[in-house]
Design a binder for this molecule. Structure first.
Ligand SMILES: NC(=O)c1ccc[n+]([C@@H]2O[C@H](COP(=O)([O-])OP(=O)(O)OC[C@H]3O[C@@H](n4cnc5c(N)ncnc54)[C@H](OP(=O)(O)O)[C@@H]3O)[C@@H](O)[C@H]2O)c1
Length: 250
């Protein structure tokens, strides 16, 4: 039985839940993690109703003890982990410009998206190695690319949503840029253990109210590239950046 852990599964509309559902329907044993355990538990129950073997885990990326404890629980229950989807991510006050940005918020975003993701990966790494063919998918964004024509750091002009204000994707984009760099480093370091790791942009996805009206696509379309990266063959790519199974410019 193959086992997959997905972080940041707190909402049914989110990319994390859709990824869990798709992997579950492919026969994976699913562990969904969220910072509010009751939310992950409710979603694990929804997965179970689809015939998927699923359980929930408390994990807050800003709380290293919770990550260590979560890894200990999984190690006690399972001898290995086949897939880790680093989906959890924080984007605060996206309306802030460089000049307006609050430095404590900035630190929380980096602490979640980089330090937290890094620490989760460290803690679950021995289980991924134990599977003999571990796969890690770091959920990134075209916003963390320099050259993405729509959302890349050079090209993205920002957009305005009436209820949410101006989206500049400033600090968030820089955390995803760093995540992409971390993916390259992980790819090199993990190769000897046959653990493949790639960054995947799901594309602009309608996971929030109003996103569909400005071009966000259905979540079902966005998860295909994530599932592909999670189930790569042993000679598949590592340390790369993809969207919809195709390489994305850094
Ligand atoms: N939607 C898009 O257009 C889009 C585009 C490109 C990339 N992405 C990426 O796709 C991933 C999923 O995004 P989404 O659109 O599906 O939104 P989402 O449902 O808000 O997913 C983000 C998840 O991260 C969790 N999270 C935040 N801080 C956390 C912490 N300290 N510890 C643990 N979990 C934490 C959130 O939990 P709470 O509910 O508790 O806050 C939520 O479950 C993210 O990595 C995002 O950057 C999305």
């Amino acid at each position: 039985m193959k086992i997959a852990l997905i972080t940041g599964v707190s909402r049914k509309e989110g990319i994390g839940y859709a990824t869990a559902e798709q992997l579950g329907l492919q026969g994976f044993r699913i562990i969904v993690a969220a910072r509010q355990l009751n939310q992950a538990e409710a979603l694990a129950q929804d997965l179970s109703k689809l015939g998927i073997d699923a359980s929930a885990l408390h994990m807050d990326l800003l709380d290293r003890d919770s990550i260590r404890i979560a890894a200990k629980h999984v190690k006690e229950e399972f001898p290995k982990l086949d897939v880790l989807i680093n989906n959890a991510s924080l984007m605060l006050s996206s309306s802030a410009t460089v000049q307006e940005k609050d430095m404590d918020e900035l630190n929380r975003e980096f602490e979640t998206n980089i330090t937290g993701t890094w620490y989760v990966t460290q803690q679950f790494y021995p289980l991924l190695v134990a599977s003999g063919h571990g796969r890690i998918v770091n959920i990134s964004s075209g916003a963390g690319s320099y050259a993405d024509p729509d959302f890349g750091i050079i090209n993205f002009p920002g957009f305005r949503l009436s209820e949410l204000g101006l989206y500049t994707l400033g600090a968030y984009a820089l955390t995803k840029l760093a995540l992409n760099g971390l993916t390259i480093k992980m790819g090199k370091d993990f190769k000897a253990d046959h653990v493949l790791v790639n960054a995947v942009c799901p594309g602009f996805t309608a996971t929030r109210p109003g996103f569909d009206a400005i071009g966000g696509r259905p979540v079902s379309e966005s998860v295909d590239g994530i599932i592909w990266a999670a189930t790569l063959p042993d000679d598949g790519p590592t340390g790369q950046f993809f969207r919809d199974r195709k390489p994305l410019p850094w």
